[in-house]
Design a protein around this ligand. Sequence first.
Ligand code: SF4
Length: 365
Amino acid sequence: MPKSTSQSLGELVTELQVQGVMAPAVRGNPGRQGGAGPSDHRAITLEGTTVMVPVYNSTAQQSPYQLTTTADGGVALHHQGELTTTLETPPEPHFYNLQTAESIPYKAIALLHGKDVLATTLQQTCIRFRDRSESCQFCAIEQSLTSGQTIVRKTPEQVAEVVAAAVRLDGVRQLVMTTGTPNSRDRGARLMAETAAAVKAVVDIPIQAQCEPPDDPVWFSRMKAAGVNSLGMHLEVVEPEVRRRILPGKSELTLEHYYRAFEQAVAVFGRGEVSTYLLAGLGDSADSLIDCSRRLIAIGVYPFIVPFVPIAGTPLERHPAPTTAFMLQIYEAVGALLHDSDLRSAAMSAGCAKCGACSALSLFE
Ligand code: SF4
């Protein structure tokens, strides 16, 4: 079981991730608004652990937590005006200053997540996004496109160029590739395979691919052969009514379909190299999330549970985040299941669970 120091750090991280933090212009990488992944967040480092915390959404604007600049230029965390601790804020990476020969800024192609993870959304559009009655209700994938922060499609060569620079200049240690779901039966697996091959041709870095389950499981082997080390297929929510409400389009893929795909993927990538994202706080009970995690862990899939954070501009922008107590209940139960089954985030090659910055779960393993 976790040590008490990890528990208290775990509680503080959980508290910050559900309540957000007011962060006026303190030093470091300011993060970003919109897009896939940890939108409206920035990275902070507490006791050597780098996590993403919401700073740009409505929750953060009312948070009792605030970052301030100290007299010596460092960064401090306050709770209702009382000093809680000092912390670090990872700097903007050097590769953000570069651009391609066609004048596309590298940071429109990939972003630094957490401390040393490079993340890219290969296709910034999704078959489900244009019709908000079909799209995942929490998602902001096309917002960063509309605001001009990124480009619609990143070619394998562009991604490889940026990865090489980020490894060379900023010590990036893993690549996470996600995508909006394209209108093809492979659900993005082809894009993942082509890009992994291009990246591995120039730099040897662990890669996680994230996509919906492809119609033909042969794509798991193709992605693996192309250089993908780890795979994420994201359930997001689990109870039937919650899936219909939160994922009106994606819930056409049944849970059983996902479980079959997880088994097929584990057979290819190995136990502990397949993961899923679960968003807690959108209606699923703690028991549902824990039961689902138990089944996933038995298959060899890491359930990466994160607190839902409302993102500005989405249909759920006013949906409350879960409470700290709700998250801790889940983290403690799932952390014990992970511990007992020896499924460790640190042992994964790449991916969100290995990065861990969007959740406190790894502090409870
Ligand atoms: S956990 Fe995943 S989405 Fe969150 S910062 Fe890490 S790589 Fe990005």
